[in-house]
Design a protein. Structure first.
Length: 381
């Protein structure tokens, strides 16, 4: 598939200034970043994010931009002899701008950024919690409580991580910044300091109550509202209830993943429900009214005379109204004709008399058997 024009990908004019390009990229990156797009549409958002990233990489470099303006994509494609391309010279300048932009994004809700003191600020990890609900609860919705692990500031060291009476020292490896720079040829890579793990501090004498972490693990109770119509595998996001951030960074989120218990009667298929209804041989033969269970009570089905095994009846609107649906689904009732068992001698005699009566009546009593016999004969001709 042909690449889109880089200016079009960022939504700027060809004569846009460097600041306008940077501002446009910041907007696109914040909108389409994978951390901000989950579930449906995540794949498309990721593709748009990569497209905007590549466009910014080209247009933020004066040499690459000039080559692109003159020759188009061929001027920046290394496979076509161009002077620039992803990973070519000028990468360091892009990395610097890239870090600046995403520092702003992550400080607002994900990844790593910087505080005024120069230390790396990290967003806390997201947590996952599996919740099992019944089919009825999923259909109607419910409010409940859950207990999850939580971190609270250590009261012994007041959250410093250092033993009372002592203080933390600035890390000598990163000079308190929390990051170190590694150079490899033309490349300069910034990474978390391996000695202080991004905190910018070293604790010579850690607090014994929290092992120098400045926080202790406890648990807390959360109120959770499950929306009506939720389905298996759907997730409920509880913002800020994940793991706490590092160096004052924002906490992660808690994702509550729904698991629906197997039901004794119904099987769910999207917004529709299916059930198997056992019917006696006499009722199936003579017809009649039968009661069918639904999630909202009972309903009635009028069986016609001669109802066959496997016949399906549809009850409109007796399914589930999904989270994103405007109308409830349907209930499909599948008829299962039961053959009598454990007959008495008298009943056996009556059944034999009935069978003889059917045979004497000819094929009109068993039209399906007649057509099946004819098909078998055709095979062996």
């Amino acid at each position: 598939m042909a690449k889109r024009d880089y200016y079009e990908a960022l939504g700027v004019a060809k004569g846009a200034t460097e600041e306008e390009i940077k501002k446009a990229y910041r907007k696109m990156a914040m909108k389409h970043h994978p951390d901000r797009n989950q579930g449906e549409g995540a794949k498309k958002a990721e593709e748009q994010f990569k497209e905007a990233k590549e466009a910014y990489e080209m247009l933020s470099d004066p040499q690459k931009r000039a080559a692109y303006d003159q020759y188009g994509h061929a001027g920046v494609d290394p496979n076509m002899g161009g002077r620039g391309g992803p990973g070519a010279e000028g990468f360091g300048g892009f990395a610097e701008a890239f870090g600046d932009i995403f520092g702003d994004i992550f400080n607002g809700g994900g990844g790593a950024g910087r505080r005024g003191g120069g230390q790396q600020v990290y967003r806390g990890n997201d947590l996952s919690y599996a919740m099992e609900v019944t089919l009825e609860e999923a259909a109607r919705g419910k409010e409940t409580q859950i207990r999850i692990p939580s971190w609270e500031g250590c009261e012994v060291c007041s959250g410093t991580g250092a033993k009372p009476g002592t203080t933390a020292k600035s890390c000598g490896s990163c000079n308190g910044s929390g990051t170190v720079h590694m150079r490899q040829g033309f490349f300069s890579v910034q990474q978390t300091c391996p000695h202080c793990h991004g905190t910018g501090k070293i604790i010579p004498d850690p607090c014994t109550a929290c092992n120098g972490q400045g926080k202790v693990k406890k648990s807390k109770t959360l109120e959770v509202k499950i929306p009506a119509g939720i389905n298996e595998g759907m997730r409920i996001r509880s913002a800020g209830n994940g793991e706490p951030g590092v160096n004052g960074g924002p906490a992660g989120d808690l994702y509550i993943e729904i698991r629906i218990k197997q039901h004794d009667i119904f099987e769910r298929d999207g917004d529709d429900l299916h059930c198997t209804m056992p019917v006696g041989l006499t009722t199936a033969t003579l017809g009649g009214t039968i009661e069918v269970p639904t999630l909202g009570g009972k309903a009635e089905i009028e069986l016609p005379e001669g109802t066959q095994h496997g016949k399906t009846f549809r009850l409109r609107g007796k399914g589930i109204k999904g989270v994103r649906s405007s109308y409830p689904g349907d209930l499909y009732c599948h008829i299962s004709v039961e053959t009598p068992v454990k007959l008495t001698e008298h009943q056996r005699k009556l059944m034999k008399e009935l069978d003889k009566s059917f045979r004497d009546g000819g094929e009109r009593h068993s039209p399906n058997a007649k057509s099946w016999t004819d098909r078998v004969k055709d095979i062996f001709k």
